[in-house]
Ligand binder design. Sequence first.
Ligand SMILES: [Zn+2]
Length: 325
Amino acid sequence: MLSYGKFYDVNLINFIESFPDETSCKQRFKEIRDKEGVICRKCGNKNHYWLGTIWQYQCKTCKTRTTLRSGTVMQASKLPFKYWFLAIHLLTGTKKTFSALELQRQLGHKYYEPVWFMLQKLRKTMGVRDQDYKLDKVVELDEGFFESVDTEKDPDDKGVKLKRGRGSQRQTTVMVMASTIHSVSKPGKHKKPTKFRYVKMIVVDNLKAKTIEHEVDENIDSNSIVRTDNYSSYSNLKDHVWVHQAQVVTPKEAGKVLPWVHIMISNAKRTLLGVHHMISKKYFQDYVDEFCYKVNRRYFGESLFDRLLIACVSINYKNFVNVTR
Ligand SMILES: [Zn+2]
């Protein structure tokens, strides 16, 4: 079995000792905001006073006040900082993921919806972060089909009843790209398998050539070698990347010819569908974003918590078109 590296389980005791209460969470959040810089939404000025008694920044130029949450992923959320911190800890500190229902239970919070929105915003933050990178070197590309439901609401929601039978549950098509690198084998020795580097998963509406080429342009460096099967929609990829290697692949051989995409697809299915049972097609991208973000940062260890926290402060929350609360 090919292994793609170790996940670190972050120690819960350390987390509780670092963030025992609301004030310690706010303090840490403020430290990160101070470091990342606060920008006045009215005049764009970057210099602020800190009004300690009311926990707000005040612009030195126009006196506009900015709350600790304003302009961050937590804007408009009424949930305590400690809920956000615990959610970030659970999402980054474990290999598995968490359903909103389970988190709601763990937090003992009365309402499901705000907890669900909090997790979705964190997943979107992860997705936005990974958009900054393109895959390169040797990239395996294939499609995965994930079970999902065609509903506006998330099926973690207690109110949603899934229809049984044909047509009620759908498959979501995901383009899966895995960047790899060749291990150098000594002459005469057994040929070593490729090493896995990074993964991207993109939910697509169809597998037309135009759709695939667009996503390849967006997600793969044009100097890469791209490996696929000989599906007709891939026939013009040679115009989009340095080298396109298309191979005739029988379904039985797919795991051998494109090993890493298939490992990623089966791991994602196990991780996501094991926890969430059914995921709405509409939100599927967010769930695979979380999966990829964690796989791509599997060597970061405990620093992953801070990295996601920094992302929560520094990315533009207006990117979150689907999550309005
Ligand atoms: Zn200002």
